[in-house]
Ligand binder design. Structure first.
Ligand code: FE
Length: 296
C-alpha cells in the first residue's frame, strides 16, 4: 500500500536555473550535487526530496512513493506484475542514491517511471530553508502532489486506482476538461491526472505546501522581483481548498505553491466539482507553454 509521495526526479536542460529557483524562490534547501550533476533539494528531515537531473528534454524522471517496508512493496509488486508491468529491484548503490533503504521500479502504461520505496533516510533537525520561511507541510502527507497529463484518461484512471491502489478523491468537470484526483493519506490528493489531448504525455504541476500563507505571498513577490513568471495568480481550489499560486519553473513544469489544504479521512466521499477554483488562479501568462509536454 502506497503511504505517501516520497520524492520526485526531473530531467531538464535548465539545472543551473533550477538551483536559484529552488532555493531563492521556493525556499528549498539545496545540498551537494548528485553524481551526474543533478541539483538536489531537501524540504524537511528527509535527506532529499527533489532531484533535478541534467537532460536534453524536460520530463518527469521518476516518482518515488513511500511504503512501510519491503514486504509491503512486494505485495504491491505482485499486483502490478499481474497487471502486466515488470518491476525491477534497485541495487544497494541505486537505493542509496535515492536516500532510501530500497525500492522497486517500473514504467507504467502511460510512460511514467514509479519507484516503490521504503526506509527513506532522515536527518532530524537539519533542514535549512533557502530563504527565511516557515517550512513545508510534509510528514504523513508526504512531499506534495503531482499532476500528470496522460495519453488516455480512462486507462490511466483504471491503472492508478485498480492496480496501484490509489483512492479516488474527486473529479472536476470544467467545460470539456476532466481532472481526476487520488489520495493515499490525509492529503486531499497526492496524484491527479488530466488528458488535454489524446496521446499526449507530460505533467502540469508539482504542489508543495508551506506552513504559512505569508510564504505564498513572499514567493510571488520574489518572482516579481526576479522576473520569474507567475503563471496563475493566487487563488483557492474548490476541492482541496488550497490557497496557492502557480510559479513557472525553469523546466516549464509549474510549481503550485500553496497553503491550507484540507485533510481528509477514510470517511471521505468523492465529489464532483464544476470548476477548479473558488476565486483567483487567473491565467497571467497565456504566452508561455501551457504544460510540460514530454519533448519540449
Ligand atoms: Fe494542484
Amino acid at each position: 500500500m502506497i503511504r505517501s509521495m516520497a520524492y520526485l526526479g526531473l530531467n531538464t536542460p535548465a539545472v543551473t536555473e533550477w538551483r536559484t529557483f529552488g532555493s531563492d524562490i521556493l525556499g528549498l534547501h539545496a545540498i551537494d550535487d548528485g553524481a551526474d550533476g543533478a541539483a538536489r533539494f531537501r524540504m524537511d528531515d528527509a535527506d532529499c526530496r527533489l532531484w533535478v537531473h541534467p537532460g536534453i528534454h524536460n520530463d518527469i524522471a521518476y516518482i518515488g512513493w513511500s511504503l512501510s517496508d519491503e514486504r509491503e512493496a512486494l505485495e504491491l509488486k505482485a499486483v502490478i506484475e499481474a497487471g502486466g508491468a515488470k518491476l525491477h529491484r534497485a541495487d544497494a548503490d541505486e537505493a542509496a542514491a535515492r536516500r532510501v533503504r530500497g525500492y522497486y521500479w517500473f514504467t507504467d502504461p502511460m510512460g511514467f517511471r514509479h519507484e516503490l520505496s521504503w526506509g527513506q533516510y532522515v536527518s532530524p533537525g537539519t533542514f535549512v530553508p533557502g530563504r527565511p520561511m516557515s517550512g513545508f507541510r510534509t510528514g504523513d502527507q508526504g512531499m506534495g502532489h503531482i499532476v500528470l497529463l496522460v495519453p488516455d484518461l480512462r486507462a490511466a484512471d483504471l491503472f492508478y486506482r485498480e492496480v496501484m491502489g490509489f483512492n479516488a478523491s474527486d473529479c472536476i468537470m470544467d467545460g470539456t476538461r476532466e481532472l481526476l484526483f487520488y489520495h493515499c493519506n490525509g492529503r486531499h490528493h497526492s496524484l491527479a491526472i488530466g488528458s488535454p489531448a489524446p496521446g499526449m504525455r507530460g505533467a502540469h504541476h508539482l504542489m508543495l505546501e508551506v506552513n504559512s500563507l505569508h510564504d505564498v505571498g513572499i514567493a510571488v513577490d520574489r518572482c516579481v522581483e526576479t522576473d520569474v513568471p507567475v503563471s496563475k495568480s493566487i487563488g483557492c481550489h474548490t476541492n482541496d481548498r488550497m490557497v496557492s499560486a502557480y510559479l513557472y519553473s525553469p523546466s516549464v513544469l509549474r510549481i503550485e505553491y500553496g497553503y491550507g489544504g484540507i485533510a481528509i479521512d477514510d470517511l471521505w466521499e468523492p465529489k464532483t466539482y464544476s470548476r477548479t477554483s473558488l476565486w483567483g488562479h487567473k491565467e497571467l501568462r497565456p504566452d508561455l507553454p501551457p504544460a510540460m509536454i514530454v519533448g519540449n
